[in-house]
Write a protein that binds this ligand. Structure first.
Ligand code: GTP
Ligand code: MG
Length: 199
């Protein structure tokens, strides 16, 4: 994918703040600190458009990034961050839930996990929820640069087992540092973006 333009389009905590147009969107969900914002930056060749941090809990709003004026990537707040109050966690839950349940522009919600670790119960809940909403259930296993290629299959198997994924095509190792599988992901995203719309 040739990226001509990318910009922050909107920051939202409620539906009235979402962009009001028909552009297709792909959203990225996952635990805090797993690398969602880094993933978006690396796919669109930007160093710091989506703000990242070594500390969990960086992205606390729904951030919409518009790409080539044609489609958007949506960075969701990470879950599973223990260092926040219960009230704040519930607030984030509501923010994410409203978006996933009501957003008509959404073509796909993709779960991002860390290739090095078995997914958590919260990952499993999120994954089951994504599928129950009718999405394909694509999982990106990021930070693949932190393990050797020889270990990909072993780790992917652990992720598949925990999340109950039968189709091995649904899980893709990735690295935001090394751009591993970037072209393959763009071809998947292009298909998603071109589904059911004329863009
Ligand atoms: P929240 O906004 O808190 O939900 O986190 P996030 O999922 O957006 O994570 P973020 O992109 O901020 O990345 C967290 C940390 O992981 C940062 O220090 C990144 O540099 C690092 N990181 C993200 N992706 C990769 C990767 O593919 N490889 C390596 N080595 N580090 C990564
Ligand atoms: Mg983030």
């Amino acid at each position: 994918m040739k990226i001509i333009k990318s910009d922050l389009h909107a920051i939202a905590v409620a539906p009235k703040q979402y962009p009001q147009d028909e552009l297709p969107e792909i959203a990225f969900a996952g635990r805090s600190n797993v690398g969602k914002s880094s993933f978006i930056n690396s796919m669109i060749n930007r160093k710091n458009l989506a703000r990242t941090s070594g500390k969990p809990g960086k992205t606390r709003t729904i951030n919409f990034y518009i790409i080539n004026d044609k489609f958007r990537f949506v960075d969701l707040p990470g879950y599973g961050y223990a260092q926040v109050s219960k009230a704040e966690r519930e607030k984030w839950g509501v923010i994410i839930e409203k978006f996933l349940v009501t957003r008509e522009n959404l073509r796909e919600v993709i779960l991002i996990v860390d290739i090095r670790h078995e997914p958590t119960e919260q990952d499993l809940m999120m994954y089951d929820w994504i599928k129950s909403l009718g999405y394909a259930g694509i999982v990106i296993a990021t930070k693949a640069d932190k393990i050797s290629k020889a270990n990909y299959q072993k780790q992917v198997k652990i992720v598949r087992k925990k999340l109950g994924i039968n189709d091995s095509n649904l899980i893709i190792p990735y690295s935001s540092e090394k751009n591993i599988n970037k072209d393959e992901l763009w071809s998947i995203f292009k298909q998603i973006i071109n589904q059911k719309n004329d863009q």
